[in-house]
Design a protein around this ligand. Structure first.
Ligand SMILES: [Mg+2]
Length: 409
């Protein structure tokens, strides 16, 4: 049986929410951005009227002002956008229990088996569109596919460009419709990969599809193979509904190879553990608000240790936000006896797109930096990037990178 996967995407999301809140903005160019007086403010969203002036997302606010001085500039109301995003999920859940948010303004729905209730995929999409528009005031575009990749391609490449805001790709029409498109239109092809592929004279999605799968695999490993699959409209992933996917917390702990009683050395190990916890949280695209520190003493006959937690002011997955809290917990509760095992966990997790906007500029940058580091590590191994303190004698990082599995306590 063919699956029916929908990807719903909100048009100019932040700007549309602002207009829905304040209908007098209707028809005017509306730009949501950081402080337009400040040079570092950037455009987070612009409606269609503003885009007609050449305004684009991520453009500097000052540049945008020179393109369209009479645009309405609005500071973002992040909590409002989060609320609308949650409201969208609720509306989708009336149609299926398999809903998975992909970003703040995009969500996947698995509608397989719902034909008797809601009709053809086209009819389902139109009906969902109508309901979203009526209740949130925001226009939604829906891509339909037999897997998430096809739905995403249908949405980004076709639904956004047609007046109904709905488009369906399937295994029959995928090649015919997508192969003539430029290679940058393929999901997963970024600026750099586009350049690489151009050098191989691969200009369209069809050119890539015509290459042998093995060639893409040997050249770029798993990434190359995934791109090849994407070019054929193949994607084996499933939609896991958000309600069943509950991450209680992420944690990491280690049993030390010897007793540690030098505070400075213990602190180095705590940094490495904290870094690993944050790396895992970032990998899951989560941020958390509760930090737990666990410490076990070295003397089995006289078991000592503690497990204590602290709630942060805001959720985060930034190592250097969490590390000072870990240090403080350790300092308060450590009885100065030798330590044999340490663990840190982060719980109270939420999706990392729900970062309070007061912190957005700074914090997003930090999280992005953290992610970039994680990517390099993934590609070249954990020891390719490390903090300078890991070179000091207390460090466990180099030792452990060679061990299989490490010592999970
Ligand atoms: Mg959108």
């Amino acid at each position: 049986m063919h699956k029916i996967i929908l990807l719903a995407d909100m048009e100019s999301f932040y700007a549309s929410v602002e207009i829905a809140r304040n209908p007098s903005l209707q028809g005017k160019p509306v730009v949501v951005c950081g402080d337009p007086q400040q040079r570092r403010g950037i455009v987070l969203a612009a409606n269609r009227e503003a885009k007609a002036y050449g305004i684009e997302t991520a453009m500097g606010a000052w540049e945008c002002k020179s393109l369209c001085p009479h645009a309405v500039f609005i500071r973002p109301h992040m909590q409002e956008y989060i609320n609308v995003s949650l409201q969208m999920t609720e509306i989708f859940q009336r149609f299926t229990d398999r809903v998975a948010p992909y970003s703040i303004d995009e969500q996947f729905l698995d509608m397989t088996g719902c034909e008797n209730l809601f009709g053809t995929p086209q009819e389902m999409a139109l009906r969902i569109n109508k309901e979203i528009q009526k209740e949130t005031g925001v226009r939604c575009r829906i891509g339909i596919g037999e897997n998430p990749l096809q739905a995403k391609m249908a949405c980004d490449r076709f639904a956004k460009k047609n007046p109904q805001g709905v488009f369906q790709l399937n295994c029959e029409n995928y090649a015919f419709l997508t192969w003539p498109l430029p290679i940058r239109d393929l999901f997963g092809v970024g600026f750099r990969m586009e350049r690489n592929l151009h050098r191989m004279a691969v200009k369209t999605i069809g050119c890539l599809a015509a290459l042998p799968r093995e060639k893409m695999k040997s050249r770029w490993g798993i990434n190359g193979e995934v791109l090849w699959l994407n070019s054929h409209g193949i994607d084996y992933s499933n939609i896991h509904s958000c309600s069943t996917e509950k991450h209680k917390g992420v944690g990491h702990s280690m049993t030390l190879p010897r007793d540690y009683n030098h505070k400075g050395k213990i602190e180095v190990v705590l940094l490495e553990i904290t870094e690993e916890v944050c790396r895992r949280a970032r990998g899951l695209k989560k941020i958390g608000q509760v930090v737990n520190l666990y410490c076990r003493g070295a003397d089995f006959n006289n078991p000592t240790g503690f497990s204590r937690q602290k709630k942060l002011a805001e959720p985060t997955a930034v190592t250097m936000d969490i590390y000072p809290v870990v240090l403080k917990l350790f300092d308060i509760h450590w009885n100065r006896l030798p330590v044999r095992a340490l663990g840190v966990s982060l719980s109270g997790l939420i999706e990392d797109q729900y970062i309070q906007l007061s912190l957005l500029e700074d914090k997003e940058k930090k999280i992005q930096l953290g992610r970039a580091m994680d990517e390099v590590r993934e590609r070249f191994g954990i020891t390719s990037l490390f903090r300078a303190s890991s070179l000091t004698s207390g460090s466990q990082l180099f030792d452990r990178a060679h061990k299989i599995g490490g010592h999970e306590a």
